[in-house]
Structures are given as structure tokens and as C-alpha cells.
Design a protein around this ligand. Sequence first.
Ligand code: BG6
Ligand code: MG
Length: 213
Amino acid sequence: MSIKGVIFDLDGVLVFTDKLHYQAWKQMADKMGIYFDEEINNRLRGVSRMDSLEIILEKYYGEPLTLEQKENLATEKNDTYRELLKTMTRDDATDEVRETLAELKCRGYKLSLGSSSKNAKFILERVELLDMFDAISDGNNITKSKPDPEVFLKGAEYLGLNPEDCLVVEDAEAGVEAGLAGGMQVAAIGDAVNCGKANYNLSTFGDLLKICS
Ligand code: BG6
Ligand code: MG
């Protein structure tokens, strides 16, 4: 099968923002008296902001919250998260990621982002990777979260490619499922390798150059 384009998840693939998400959600949860730990945080990978809040609220035993109250909590978390993101610099993306993306471009592959995050462009700007991408599909152009394939299908569409000509790179099981559901080939990295569902498993980001030769 030919691969013409590569669609990358952001968090856990190109950069590592887990800790920052954790700190921001933790601040909100502590204020609300909600128990929250790293294990719960792991369940938020690839999940949209509002769906993440619902997972955190599984440990909330107070009066039912209105939609407006929930939106306020999500906004509060995002404000904290954006402040933390401002501390990110070029050094928060590795040379391996930077060099692999550059080499893929040299080899003629089109590159898109496929992230659930509404902060994706801001993060790519912070780490000086935005220019590497031909298209950005992120939390601002989708209505359904992974494992729905929408974010990746939009990425393929923005690149002008058929889904089957695209390779998705993912670190979350829900993302692997989303790529497969979209009819794409999927390369798993990090935790997603353990789900055993992807077409390829990467032990390191640079392994992409073996698949996309
Ligand atoms: C994903 C993260 O990339 O983006 C999730 O893995 C996060 O943890 C989601 O909830 C939404 O992010 P944001 O930046 O729109 O709140
Ligand atoms: Mg991820």
C-alpha cells in the first residue's frame, strides 16, 4: 500500500503536554474537592476537553452541575493550561521529531496534524513546528472525538489525499481505532503499541523513516 501523507497526533507523539494537562485539571479538581490522580489523567489522552471533564466529574458527588457550570470549569482549566503552555519552547520538541518531519517532507510526503486539541496551533507555534505542516486538523474543526475518525478524515481531505493513502501516527488506543475506522494505515508509538491493533509499531519516532522510505 502506498503512503502519500502522514497525519500526526500531537500530544504524546510530537510533544508531551500530559504533565501540563494534569497540572491544570488538578488545580480545577482540587478547588472543587474532586479526587484526581495521574491514573485518571491517563484516561484523558486523545479525549476532548468536555469529555475529559465528564471523566473527572465521575468523582464529583455534589449537586448536579448545569451545562454552563461545566463550561465554566472547562474554561477555567483551559486558562490555566494556556498559561502553562506559554512556558513551552523550541526545546520541547526533540531533534529526532524535527529531523524526521523534515526528512519526510524531503521524501515528498504531505504532512498534516490530526489532534483533538483546540490549542494545537498554539502549541506548534511555541515549539516552532507549525511551518512543517501542510494542513492542520484539530479540535476546532471536528464535532466528534476519537475513536471517531473525523479528525483524521479531515486531515486527509485537507491534504487532498484519500484516507487509504495516509498513515496515522498515534500514542492512544482511541486514536489507533480512529485511524483504522477511517480506513487509514496506523503506526502506534508509546502506550498505543500495547493495544496491538496498529499496522506498525514504532519503538522510536525516527522509525517512521523505515515505513515511509
Ligand atoms: C488531546 C489530549 O490532544 O487534546 C487530551 O490528548 C485533551 O488530553 C484534548 O483533552 C483536548 O485538548 P484541548 O487543548 O482542546 O483542551
Ligand atoms: Mg496523543
